[in-house]
Design a protein around this ligand. Sequence first.
Ligand SMILES: Nc1ncnc2c1ncn2[C@@H]1O[C@H](COP(=O)(O)OP(=O)(O)OP(=O)(O)O)[C@@H](O)[C@H]1O
Ligand SMILES: [Mg+2]
Length: 456
Amino acid sequence: MAEVGLAFLSASLSVVFDRMASPEVADFMQGRKQTEKLSRKLKTAMRSVNAVLADAEEKQLTDPLVKDWVDDLKDVLFDAEDILEEIATEALQRKLDAESSTTVEKALDCISNTFLDTFVNEVEPKMEEVLDRLEDLTKQKDCMGLKVGVGGKQHPEQVLTSYVSESDTFGRNEDNNKIIDLLLSSDESGNERCVIAIVGMGGIGKTNLAQLAYNDSRVKQHFNLKIWFCVSEEFDELKVEKSIIEAATLLPCPKFENPEQLQVILEKNLTRKKFLLILDDVWSEKSRHQEFLSQLLRYGTPGSKILVTTRNESVALAMKATATHHLKLLPNDDCWSLFEKHAFRDGSSNADPEIKDIGRQIVEKCKGLPLAIKAIGDLLWSESNVERWTNILKSNLWDLHMKGTDILPALRLSYKYLPSYLKRCFAYCSIFPKDYILKKKSIGFIMDGGRFLATI
Ligand SMILES: Nc1ncnc2c1ncn2[C@@H]1O[C@H](COP(=O)(O)OP(=O)(O)OP(=O)(O)O)[C@@H](O)[C@H]1O
Ligand SMILES: [Mg+2]
């Protein structure tokens, strides 16, 4: 429980730090000496509480004073986050207005500057108030004897699994059959042991497709051993090897004296097995990883396959994939079916025609990307207010290209319209590694009077 509390507080702090570093907030601060100074002081105070968080989290279980301190800290962080959110929204709005304003409007800029001054006058006292509270807390921490850098735990090891059902997937029959053919095909081409790649942009459904193949009954029958491993940014060969051993023995991987011993066990577990290894989300193009894959394939029997999913064609080339499947955007009808499933309670046949019409226009803006469609569909789930649908359709965020980020407009929108307590859940989830599976049973989100608490 303490770890989750700690994780939550750290997440809140990192949200506030990130917000401060965001381009919108940074732009806003520029040239406003007083606001900049306050922001700097806020950062210093936050760093100072951050250093004792782990100790505070442990002590709060036994010391009611520390518990009060932690609760106050949570409150201050929520308020700091709200203020920065306000600044970011204002800055963004001004940027959009500037981009779309006419000459006459530009001439009236002085009026808008007066509004800006009013905004600054309102926001600075709020920042001062938060800073006062935070500085009080940093003083109290010294009296309570909280120590720097004590306790705390690392992230749990990445749990790797895969499940997706065919009925949840739209428009991927052909792709699915193609991948399965590639996985089951052997011998003739001389590529009986080979690497296959699925390539496509982020959110297009590569992992989803790999999961369909992984769970297909023909695939299950064909291979003696299947391993799913999510690689992400850092291609850690040792972790892949350990996962293979665990999948083969169904036991936690034992500790090895040296790498040679691990190789021996690995080889033993792959020999005489036709295996399928899925490496999801590969980014590295280093040639040593390709050698590593070849070595694994040599251990297995002919017919063993490695399926790699990646956003970059260059990764498929670097891994010497003998076949590459390029995943395309979803066809229109399938986009609509996917959206219907996520946005409407019982399909859209009984839905308000006006809402349906807006829905179709929203789907068009998602440009065939399943991730975008799902995000917006879920946001509008069971929503009957036409105005809300219109607001989302007409939002400026669809056309906004933020420098230095490649966040999809649909994701930005779905975040913007989340109620603030769910934004906190979102922040909390950001502490888990990518593709980490959260077990419903072991983690509960508790909402307390609009405030978010996490428990385990
Ligand atoms: N054809 C589809 N039908 C229904 N849902 C889909 C489909 N394709 C993808 N999805 C869903 O869209 C989301 C994004 O898909 P997925 O994670 O597979 O994308 P990806 O290409 O692997 O992205 P990334 O490059 O970020 O890893 C997932 O929630 C997935 O379940
Ligand atoms: Mg993926």
